[in-house]
Write a protein that binds this ligand. Structure first.
Ligand SMILES: [Zn+2]
Length: 131
C-alpha cells in the first residue's frame, strides 16, 4: 500500500494529476509515492501541535478511572490464562538474562532516580499501594 505526497512540501498529494501546482505550497511540484503508514505517522509526528494534542489525549485517557479499570480488568483476565502467563514469564526471564537489556535497564533506572520529580512520584505511588 502506498500513497502520494508533494515532492516539495511532503503534504498529501490529493490531486489527480502530476506534475501540478500544489495547493499547499503553491509550487509546481509532483507526486511522490511513499508507504502509507510511515508517511502519515511521520508527517503527523513532525507536527508539534499534533504531538501535543496526542500526548494530551493519551494523558487524559490514562487519568480516566473508567479506562484505568478497563485496562486493569483486561490485564487481569489475560494473566489468568496459563498460556499467556507462561509466555510472559518466559519472555521476561529471557530478557532478564540478556546482558545488553540489563545494562540498558540499569542506565535508565539510574537516570530516572537522579530526577527528584521521578523519585517523589515513585515514592508516592509506592506508599499509596501499601495503604
Ligand atoms: Zn507542496
Amino acid at each position: 500500500m502506498s500513497s502520494c505526497v508533494c515532492a516539495k512540501c511532503k503534504k498529501p498529494w490529493e490531486m489527480s494529476s502530476s506534475p501540478a501546482i500544489c495547493p499547499v505550497c503553491n509550487q509546481v511540484s509532483f507526486a511522490i509515492a511513499i508507504p502509507e503508514v510511515s508517511a502519515a505517522v511521520k508527517n503527523h509526528y513532525q507536527d508539534p501541535e499534533y504531538r501535543a494534542k496526542i500526548s494530551a489525549a493519551v494523558k487524559k485517557r490514562f487519568q480516566d478511572p473508567e479506562y484505568q479499570a478497563k485496562v486493569k480488568a483486561a490485564a487481569k483476565k489475560r494473566w489468568q490464562d496459563p498460556g499467556y502467563r507462561a509466555k510472559q514469564n518466559a519472555a521476561m526471564k529471557k530478557r532478564g538474562q540478556d546482558p545488553e537489556y540489563r545494562a540498558k535497564r540499569s542506565v535508565v533506572a539510574k537516570k530516572c532516580w537522579q530526577d527528584p520529580e521521578y523519585r517523589a512520584k515513585m515514592k508516592a505511588a509506592h506508599s499509596k499501594g501499601h495503604d
